[in-house]
Design a protein around this ligand. Sequence first.
Ligand code: TRP
Ligand code: ZN
Length: 478
Amino acid sequence: MDHRTPAPAPDRRRTARGRLPLVLALALLGGGCTGGVEGTPGAAGLRDPYFPGLGNGGYDVTHYGLELDVDPAADRLRGTATITARATQDLSAFHLDLAGLEVAGATVEGRPAAVNRAGRELTLRPASAVEDRLREGRTFTVVVRYSGSPETVTDPDGSKEGWLRTADGAVALGEPAGSMAWFPGNHHPSDKATYDIGITVPEGLAGISNGELVSRRTANGRTAYRWRTAEPMASYLATVAVGRFTTRESVTPDGIRLFTAVDPRSAAASADVLARIPEVLAWSAKRFGPYPFTSAGAIVERAGDSSYALETQNRPVFPGPPDTALLVHELAHQWFGNSVTPASWRDMWLNEGFATYAEWLWAADHEGVPVRESFEAAYADDANWAFPPAEPPTAAELSEPPVYGRGAMVVHRVRLAMNDDRAFFALVKGWTSAHRHANASTDDFTAHVEEETGQDLAALWDAWLYGGSRPPTGAGEP
Ligand code: TRP
Ligand code: ZN
């Protein structure tokens, strides 16, 4: 007999890090039945404060295997996603996020699964024969075959992400919600996973992605690139770039593998700044701790192909030749954002505040601009005071100046409160090491600082992180 419970309880509370108790609505079989506990459907979203529908409940993805066939001339993507996940509850069904595209079919544990589509939510109901493989704690495999012309996603602030067409191909950008335009998954930053991404493109084009190039083979007029990301990655940091690229491989003196892919029309103008990647990584490691990944590099498009840079893991995407400050910013994100990833989109300032602070530190060390001057300029700029960095009013304001400039001011106020540069940089390194390859929230940060300094910094947080208006410069002094 098959007692299925009805719809999931959508108000199930679960923090992005899963630290609050997950209220499991376990459905006990009624009296007289011989069975034990049956599964319930996983939630359709993780209740992110800004994007409640992103991600899905009931499982954690450990690995994505993506096989992508991209034909830019036909504007077509054909994909197979093999997702390995661990159930965090007994599941009778579960969701994947996918925007656009057509799903040809799916299997769970090798058996055809029923697929239902509602907007950007795919619901998969596994065959009853494999239901016991989706018990809490067990690892299961999902395969989804899909194809179509991928969507360009418009953010709440109007900027474009997802699948962006370029003159000779496409580039995929995923912050905060664009990666669901090219593969189904658990698209919330709290669920990090390793990736194997294979991209097959017409011969003459390149298919670039994150991590390390494992192989590149041409047959029958198609070239297959295989990339491996063995360190955990949030899905918003995954990328593929298809097009004509000049590629370069090398190893830094510190043993980090470098791979750069540059649109030939941006090559001459970006050569000097890309040559500084090893230097910027070494400088960053001195301040922030060891580089968190085994490979690094850059993808440089042409201006107009995308309108902004993104810190895609290992290999940031630049919309044309970057200047040094932008390179420093995106490489700093490899520590702040990519290794230490926000627990929810509310914690964005931990990404942008630190990446902006990295620019200030670089300017102090290389351009003779004291950090105090950068701080004062940010303090004087009204745009930085529109709202507190830890509480953007809406999703449309997540990448507004307070998240960057005021976020960096918070970091500097911590440094001033400590009044000891050696201790400050030790604290920053302790932060990147404590949450390496994991997730962290604003509360984790303030707790870390208070523990490391032994100070009660409530006044500092109230004034600089949460306060509604510009505090006097002495505010929050311990
Ligand atoms: N993270 C990017 C950077 O500063 C900027 C960005 C792109 C962004 N898309 C976003 C920030 C969406 C917030 C939300 O390097
Ligand atoms: Zn940034």
